[in-house]
Ligand binder design. Structure first.
Ligand code: ATP
Ligand code: MG
Length: 720
């Protein structure tokens, strides 16, 4: 059999891993050394030369996107579809299992997934039920506690509060939350994993079936598995499964969320005869980028220690740019992207990475102003937008009336005269009778506790949902959506919101109908569920990965965390400032600081050809303006691989506006110190001017809204 296409594109060490004899194997290697490639080729190798059926393979990736890409690559290597193979994230795979065995898992057939926003609402509701005050018991903290315990595999009864009253109360909240979820037939993300684990643990017959089936288990990004994921793999593998994991301790960046890099060591202890293979050649980055990244990560103690080298070119230096403020930083980035684009580079080859999601807004605005198409990967994504969540809530209620978070979301959206007091009465009734809100609402509507008007309004809502369910029963998915967004009154509701915002919402709802239409064609995703249930699960699982406009050549924006595993010819890491990156929460704890440093390493090693690290001397974030200091990571860079960019009249060389070598008067005769008025922002005084013609910008300190940079030609300033 000719296997040259499988092994020729591999180096010696990679080949050894791909062709290793049956058994457990750990590939431990740095960024860009081909771990993911090895894993992909291994699967193709197993199917083609070892005669393993695709049905016998389970592969875990870190994102759904990575899963799709991996399946695609395997199928192209094999030149045939590999249907029966399971490739997905831990969450996706757990979800699939629970769908197939909902009965055994003690779930309703139409159970729904709670995303973290839904979960937050649910926690708040539970706090109200328990009559706990949110100032003493912040819902976020309770949510954090619950997820943390679930990630460790602990149910409330397993948590030992050690006599600590705060812990005891948190355990009670966890317990009440769990009951509320069970009543409503909803599961959060952590629950998917925990329940999938319990399913196998408690059902030896099922476990035996899956052990028989999945003899080959492969896991990418193994350094970021948490306790429950590890336990789950162990359970599945049993004594005879073959486990192939790849990872890099230097890229462990989810410790804060329960990931345990120790799993790498644990793996070698728990599994018999683990073969260890190291890969040392990097194929992704230029020599300079690689050396700079190596220089940073060398500051961490406690590393397993790996050296990476590349046969590639040395390339350009890593460029550092200190901007005057965050707006100018964004403008700098956009300028460079346009140059890249003009010189023939595609926009999709560019990634802008940042530590905190909130940083994206300013970058997005700069890109929009310059009409550069972009996509935000993670962050505020399509499925997270309010109007989309409203529409999905109606659909979720159609599938499952017991879905309390959805009930709460739309019971009075659009407004239909169901006030807080009525909702509160329904909640109390539900709590008293341990029933879903839907059931409680029916009883409240028939009772006498509320004024007739309120009861009628509740009844109208219940009837609306029942009617939607009936009317859409026989419809195609996209017609169902169309019908639901119209008949629910959501479209009308958005129309009332004036201006572009309302319009954008309507467009989003229309896009949702489109998404449903596309989904109809993709039957593989339905996995035996109704198309609607399948779509809702897909929306919940994919929300974090935003897929809008995939066909358009666009710049990619994402947090450093979500950039893991990806690569781009041109990368910007923005906001290299103390307190932002490393994040202020981390600087006091050495362990967390090292995790931030690994994050920096992950970010830098995404770059193939060019890498920019930028910071702003003044940054307005979360509504506060701060003078910043450049990140310590910049100082840790070996200077021989770095070049600082200084632009005339901008940035680091010009820390204060008064020192700018810029015009002192605009074409319209507005000068520094001039008082002006702006239609929206009111009155203010001009602090700085820069650029000429269409590029001209002006900085104004407004009396009410603070200091802003404006594009002069759009600002329509008038002298006062
Ligand atoms: P990360 O740690 O960032 O996840 P990785 O170790 O998984 O990285 P890959 O993404 O598999 O690395 O590979 C990095 C790049 O190098 C990819 O573009 C891949 O196609 C390429 N590559 C890997 N091995 C080889 C090889 N032997 N010859 C040529 N290119 C290779
Ligand atoms: Mg990888």
């Amino acid at each position: 059999m000719d296997v040259s296409d499988l092994i020729d594109p591999l180096n010696e060490a990679q080949r050894e891993a791909v062709c290793a004899p049956a058994g457990n194997l750990l590939v431990l290697a740095g960024a860009g050394s081909g771990k993911t490639r090895v894993l992909t080729h291994r699967i193709a190798w197993l199917i083609r030369t070892e005669g393993v059926s695709p049905f016998g393979i389970l592969a875990v990736t870190f994102t759904n996107k990575a899963a799709r890409e991996m399946r695609g690559r395997i199928e192209s290597l094999l030149q045939m579809p590999a249907g029966g193979m399971w490739v997905g994230t831990f969450h996706g795979i757990a979800h699939r299992l629970l769908r197939q065995h909902w009965r055994e898992a003690d779930l309703p057939q139409s159970f729904q997934i709670l995303d973290s926003d839904d979960q937050y609402r649910m926690v708040r509701r539970v706090l109200r039920e328990l009559q706990l005050d949110e100032t003493n018991w912040p819902p976020r903290q309770a949510q954090w506690f619950i997820n943390g315990r679930k990630d460790e595999g602990l149910r409330p009864e397993h948590v030992d509060p050690q006599g600590n009253p705060v812990q005891m109360q948190l355990v009670r909240i966890y317990q009440a939350y769990e009951q509320a979820c069970q009543r409503g037939g909803v599961v959060d993300f952590a629950e998917l994993l925990l329940r999938a684990h319990e399913l196998w643990r408690d059902r030896p017959d099922l476990l035996a079936h899956y052990r028989e089936r999945f003899r080959h288990i492969l896991v990418d990004e193994f350094q970021d598995t948490n306790a429950i994921q590890y336990a789950w793999i162990r359970l599945l593998a049993g004594d005879s499964g073959q486990v192939f994991v790849v990872g890099d301790d230097d890229q462990s960046i989810y410790g804060w969320r329960g990931a345990r890099v120790e799993n790498i060591h644990q793996f070698r202890r728990d599994f018999p005869n683990v073969k260890l293979i190291r890969l040392e050649q990097n194929y992704r980055s230029t020599g300079t980028i690689l050396s700079a990244a190596n220089g940073i990560i060398a500051h961490n103690a406690d590393r397993l220690g790996k050296e990476l080298w590349t046969a590639g070119e040395k390339g350009d230096p890593v460029r550092i740019y200190g901007a005057f403020n965050e707006i100018e930083e964004a403008r700098f980035v956009v300028d460079r992207i346009r140059t890249w684009n003009r010189e023939g580079g595609a926009r999709s080859e560019v990634a802008i990475l940042y530590r905190s999601n909130a940083q994206s807004r300013v970058l997005e605005e700069a890109l929009m102003q310059a009409a550069v198409p972009y996509r935000v990967y993670g962050g505020l994504r399509f499925f997270d937008r309010a109007e989309i969540k409203d529409a999905l809530a109606y659909l979720r209620l159609i599938v499952n009336r017991g879905d309390d978070p959805s009930f709460e979301r739309v019971v009075n959206t659009p407004t239909r005269g169901i006030g807080d007091r009525t909702v509160q009465a329904i909640r109390e009734h539900a709590a008293a009778h341990q029933q879903p809100l839907w059931q409680a609402a029916m009883e409240v509507a028939e009772g006498t506790g509320l004024p007739a008007r309120a009861r009628n309004a509740v009844r109208a809502f219940l009837e609306l949902v029942e009617r939607l369910a009936e009317e859409t029963e026989m419809l195609e998915l996209h017609d169902t959506f169309e019908h639901a967004v119209t008949r629910s009154g959501l479209i009308e509701h958005c129309k009332k919101e004036k201006g572009e915002r309302g319009q954008a919402r309507i467009e989003n709802l229309e896009e949702l109908v489109n998404a449903a239409r596309q989904f109809e064609f993709d039957e593989e995703q339905h996995e035996g569920m109704s198309a609607l249930s399948a779509f809702l699960a897909h929306a919940a699982l994919e929300a974090g990965e935003g897929q809008a406009d995939e066909w358009e050549d666009s710049v990619q924006l994402m947090t450093l965390h979500s950039a893991k595993g990806l690569e781009f010819p041109l990368v910007f890491v923005c906001g290299m400032e103390e307190g932002l990156f490393p994040h202020r929460m981390s600087v006091e704890e050495p362990g967390r600081l090292e995790e931030e440093r690994r994050l920096c390493y992950v970010g830098m090693t995404r770059a193939m050809r060019q890498l920019y690290l930028t910071y702003a001397e003044v940054r307005r974030l979360y509504g506060k303006e701060n003078y910043t200091r450049p990140s310590r990571f910049l100082r840790e860079l070996p200077p021989e691989f770095v070049e600082e960019i200084r632009l005339r009249g901008m940035g680091a060389a010009m820390p204060s506006p008064s020192r700018r070598a810029e015009p002192t008067e605009t074409a319209d005769g507005l000068g520094l110190g001039q008082r002006v008025t702006h239609r929206k922002f009111g009155e203010g005084v001009i602090l700085a001017l820069e650029g000429q013609g269409a590029q001209a910008r002006v900085q104004v300190a407004f009396d009410d809204v603070g200091t802003k940079w404006l594009v002069l030609s759009y600002a329509n300033l008038e002298a006062v």
